[in-house]
Ligand binder design. Structure first.
Ligand SMILES: Cc1cc2nc3c(=O)[nH]c(=O)nc-3n(C[C@H](O)[C@H](O)[C@H](O)COP(=O)(O)O)c2cc1C
Length: 218
C-alpha cells in the first residue's frame, strides 16, 4: 500500500501538520509506505488552463504537463493506492497551495466528455483533513458544509471515496496576550486540551483505515 500525503499548511509544526503526522503514523504502523510532501516547501502553480490534458491525441493516463516541483509528484499518483491531504481553512476554503494541488491533481482526470467517467484508471480512497479557527457550530452557518463538501465531491468524482475529518477552534498563537484574537488564550487552551487529542486520534484512525483497506466505499 503506497500513500502520498500532502501538508497544505505553511506551518510545519502547526495544527494541520500534527493532524497529518497522526494519520501518517497510523498508516505506517499498519504497513503502508507513506511519502510526505510539505506543499509550502515546493515551487508550483495551479492549473494554467493549457488544456494539454484535454487533447484527443494525448498520452494516457494523462498527467499534468506543467513542469515544476509538482510534476514528479503527479507522476507518482499513477501508481499509488491512497492520498492524504491536510489543510488549514483560509477564508472558508483550502489554502492557496492546497487549491493549486487539487487543480493540478484533478483536472487531467476530469473527463470533459463524460463527467461521471474519470480518466483515473482505478478507484482509490482519499483522506481529507481540515483544521480551522471556527467552532463546529459555526461551520454550517458560514456555509463550510457546502464549500468543503464541494472539494470532497471533486476528489470523489476523480478518485474514489473521500473521508473528511476536522479539528475546530484551533490554537493559532503560543501567547495570546501578544496578538489580536477572537477568544482569550485560556479559552482556546481549555478547548484544545479537551478536544485536540481526540481530533488527532481520529486522524490516526483515518491513516489506519486507509492502510488496512477499510476505506474503500465506492
Ligand atoms: C490567512 C488565514 C485565513 C484564515 N481563514 C480562516 C477561516 O476562514 N476560517 C477559519 O475557521 N479559520 C481560518 N484561519 C485559521 C486557521 O485555519 C487555523 O488556525 C488553522 O488551524 C491553522 O492551521 P496551522 O496550525 O496548520 O497553520 C485562517 C488563518 C489564516 C492565517
Amino acid at each position: 500500500m503506497k500513500i502520498l500525503a500532502f501538508n497544505g499548511s505553511p506551518r510545519l509544526k502547526g495544527n494541520t501538520a500534527t493532524m497529518l503526522d497522526n494519520a501518517v503514523n497510523g498508516a505506517r504502523d499498519n504497513g503502508a509506505e507513506v511519502e510526505l510532501f510539505n506543499l509550502y516547501k515546493m515551487q508550483y502553480s495551479g492549473c494554467i488552463s493549457c488544456f494539454s490534458c484535454k487533447r484527443l491525441d494525448r498520452e494516457r493516463p494523462i498527467v499534468c504537463v506543467v513542469q515544476d516541483d509538482l510534476q514528479p509528484v503527479l507522476q507518482k499518483v499513477r501508481d499509488i493506492d491512497a492520498i492524504l491531504i491536510a489543510t488549514p481553512v483560509y477564508f472558508g476554503s483550502e489554502t492557496a497551495a492546497t487549491r493549486a494541488l487539487i487543480e493540478r491533481l484533478c483536472f487531467p482526470y476530469l473527463n470533459y466528455a463524460d463527467y461521471a467517467n474519470s480518466h483515473f484508471p482505478r478507484r482509490i480512497p482519499i483522506g481529507l483533513i481540515y483544521t480551522m479557527n471556527i467552532p463546529v457550530e459555526m461551520m454550517k452557518t458560514l456555509g463550510y458544509d457546502v464549500t468543503l463538501g464541494r472539494t470532497k465531491t471533486t476528489l470523489e468524482r476523480e478518485f474514489g471515496y473521500c473521508k473528511m475529518i476536522m479539528a475546530n477552534n484551533t490554537k493559532q498563537y503560543d501567547d495570546y496576550s501578544k496578538y489580536e484574537a477572537n477568544a482569550p488564550g485560556e479559552e482556546k487552551q481549555a478547548y484544545q486540551e479537551a478536544h485536540f487529542g481526540n481530533d488527532c486520534m481520529q486522524a490516526r484512525l483515518l491513516g489506519e483505515q486507509m492502510a488496512s483497506g477499510k476505506l474503500f466505499v465506492n
